[in-house]
Structures are given as C-alpha cells and as structure tokens.
Design a protein around this ligand. Structure first.
Ligand code: GLP
Length: 242
C-alpha cells in the first residue's frame, strides 16, 4: 500500500482531489466509487473548485456511492442521497443518469435493491477508482467487523457504535436507521484502484491496525492490504501510529 502523509486536512483533501482530477482527465468516462462521512467533505469542496476554476468536466463520469441507509427515503436530509446532492452532485456537471446510489426507500425491498446495485456496477464495467474512508471500528462503507472479505452489495445490520454515531448525526433518537445497503468488501476489492482517506488523531490506531497489522475480518479495512493498487492519503495526525 502506498502511503502519502500530508501535513493537515486541507492538503489531504487537495491531494485526493488532484488524484481524482488526473484520473478524470486521463479517462473522461471514468467510473468513480464515492464515500460519505466527514472525511471526504474537503475533497468534494476541492473538486467543486477544480470544476469551477479549471473547468474539470464530469459530464462523462459515472459514479457509484458505497452505501445508503435502508428504510430512509432519498428525500430525507440525512440520507446519503441528500448528502451527495448538497455537497457534490448539484455543484458539478455530473449527469443525473450517470449517478448511482442504492435506493433505501422504505417501500423498496432492500435485498432486491442490493442485488440490482451490484449488477449495475458489473454492467458499468466495474469501478476504475474508488474512494473509501475508515470507520472508528475499522469498517469500510458499512461493512462492519466480521464482514466476509468476499461479500457483495447486500443489506447489513449497523454495529452498535455505528448506530450511536448515526444517532448524533440525525440529531434525534427517532427514525434512526439500523440497517444499510452497502457494497461488499469483495465489491470494493474489485475496484481497479482504491484511495483510502483518513484524517485526525482519533483514526490513528485504526489506520495502523488496518494498514500494518494482521489482515483480519475483525478490522474490515485491513482487507485493503490484499489489493495491489491502494494509496492511503493521510494527514500527520492519522499517520502518527504507523
Ligand atoms: C460512515 C460511512 C463510511 C465512512 C465512515 C467514516 O459509516 N458509511 O463510508 O468511511 O462513516 O466517517 P467519517 O469520515 O465521518 O469518520
């Protein structure tokens, strides 16, 4: 795994956006796997700036988000649909038809939707470049500890610590999702290239366990050690225990 350590969150975000921009310039029909969470916010801002000031063109790019809460409508402000619309999709020239996120609508069978999503990724020819963060418990996308490394897109139960984090983000104890539709670890490892982003001291232990310690399903992100084309983009705080 190649490791790039940046002095701070700003430069980490710029670095990640620069790698994506180069990939888009090299292949205007790039298929991009995208994350949510607080970590990629600066990267999305940097990509929006590149679109505005350098005319970075997303009109041929296809995107597949990693995951979405199950039982939450795409209109819900805390849905990953909502996050992506307000932080990225509405601010660049991606075409609506090229954007893919699992549909977590309560009236949709999540298992059927998960299978449909996995097939859509395959039909698109797979993911060229996938960006992923790391959860405090070592999860990638919503693959919680214990997830099989050959798992595909499916419905999963959120771990208790994940539900706690989600409860804070929802700002209320009602309507909190307990399940999600997520790309599997196998789906993620099929991406041709992966960028792992991690920022801040709170991630330092998990970054070490994922990148340097034994590969184990207790730390889902450690599966990335099995992939031959991963760049970890860290800031100094997140890399402190490597
Ligand atoms: C969520 C997402 C993950 C993300 C993780 C870390 O659980 N499903 O894809 O990596 O949060 O989030 P943050 O960047 O806020 O630490």
């Amino acid at each position: 795994m190649r490791v790039v350590v940046n002095p701070d969150y700003e430069t980490l975000s710029e670095e990640a956006a620069e790698i994506i921009a180069k990939a888009v310039l090299g292949k205007p029909t790039l298929t991009l796997g995208l994350p949510t969470g607080s970590t990629p916010l600066g990267m999305y801002d940097a990509l929006i700036r590149k679109h505005r000031s350098e005319a970075l063109d997303f009109s041929g790019v296809r995107t597949f988000n990693l995951d979405e809460y199950a039982g939450i409508s795409p209109d819900h402000p805390q849905s990953f649909h909502g996050y992506m619309r307000t932080r990225f999709f509405n601010l660049v020239n991606l075409l609506r038809k090229n954007i893919h996120i699992p549909d977590g609508s309560p009236d949709i069978d999540a298992t059927v939707e998960a299978d449909r999503y996995e097939s859509a990724i395959i039909e698109a020819g797979g993911i060229d470049l996938l960006i992923v963060g790391i959860g405090g418990n070592g999860h990638i996308a919503f693959n919680e500890p214990g997830s099989p490394f050959d798992s595909r897109t499916r419905v999963v139960a959120l771990a208790p610590e994940t539900i706690q984090k989600v409860t804070k983000e929802f700002g209320s104890s009602e309507g909190i999702p307990r399940t999600a539709i997520t790309m599997g670890i196998g789906t993620i490892l099929d991406a041709r290239r992966i960028l792992l982003l991690a920022s801040g001291a709170a991630k330092a232990d998990m970054v070490r366990r994922a990148m340097r310690d034994r590969v184990t399903d207790a730390v889902p992100a450690s599966a990335l050690q099995l992939h031959s084309n991963v760049i970890a983009i860290l800031d100094e705080a997140a890399s402190a225990k490597l």
